[in-house]
Write a protein that binds this ligand. Sequence first.
Ligand SMILES: Nc1ncnc2c1ncn2[C@@H]1O[C@H](COP(=O)(O)OP(=O)(O)OP(=O)(O)O)[C@@H](O)[C@H]1O
Length: 274
Amino acid sequence: MSSLPSQPASAIDVSGVYAAYQRQPVLEDIHLSLPSGRWTAIVGPNGAGKSTLFHVLTGSMKPLRGRVTAFGQAIEHHRKAGRIAYMAQREAIEWDFPISVWETVMSARYGHMRQDAWWRRLLPARWHSSRHRDAVEKALNDVDMLAYAERPIGALSGGQKKRVLLARALAQEASILLLDEPLAGVDPPSERLILDVLKREREAGRTIVMVTHDMPGARRYVDHVVLINRFIRGEGAPDEMLSDSKLAELAVSSIANSPADVGRVRLPAFASKE
Ligand SMILES: Nc1ncnc2c1ncn2[C@@H]1O[C@H](COP(=O)(O)OP(=O)(O)OP(=O)(O)O)[C@@H](O)[C@H]1O
């Protein structure tokens, strides 16, 4: 990690973002610069707004206020161009749908297929261009799931499903990977495998932003840490942000976010125009 240049440009900039569900604030005054080509961990207690932050970063949730850009342009532009891959925590995927592991991962290539000749897009899946097949094969191989390529997705264990979803994000070959708890529910060997895969992706120049509750993994692998609990509670190097004292402060901040506190939130500020 020390071989990386010290001042990377930012891949994603978040400026003054507020978000709420049914007027209940979840994110307040979020300002972030997520460094390009680095691996950032987003750390916070349950209900801190981490997944909501990802919804805002992917453009699937419009903030009440504020602005999100990637490489200086509106985030929607990059999302439509397939430059941002997103692995959701509870993926909106119908696991009983009769689709194989291979086809699931191939779905990450649909954006790239728009650049293929029109006649090729009409062909059955097995005739997809070799660059798509190679990307799917590599992604499945990276997460050690190639042997399961023909299996229906419904016939996988929870940890295997997780690895397939990660393969789908990898197969997109996006410059930014947004991963919501990629390590949750996987066994220790799979966790190491996933962390090593992400390390290689980072070394290949991709920007990785990962929500995690795995502090030892984050301390060992990531370059940058954001502490969040409705507000940003800290941002910086893993050694400093994941120290016992910082994590204790974060835990105390969750008490300050208890339901009793919510009534004191400045809701009128959300409603006011900028
Ligand atoms: N669709 C929704 N409607 C209403 N409230 C919601 C909705 N989604 C999330 N919330 C609430 O917003 C808050 C933040 O939720 P979010 O999922 O962003 O937290 P999180 O940090 O990802 O939590 P966890 O670590 O448990 O996954 C929580 O209090 C949650 O109950």
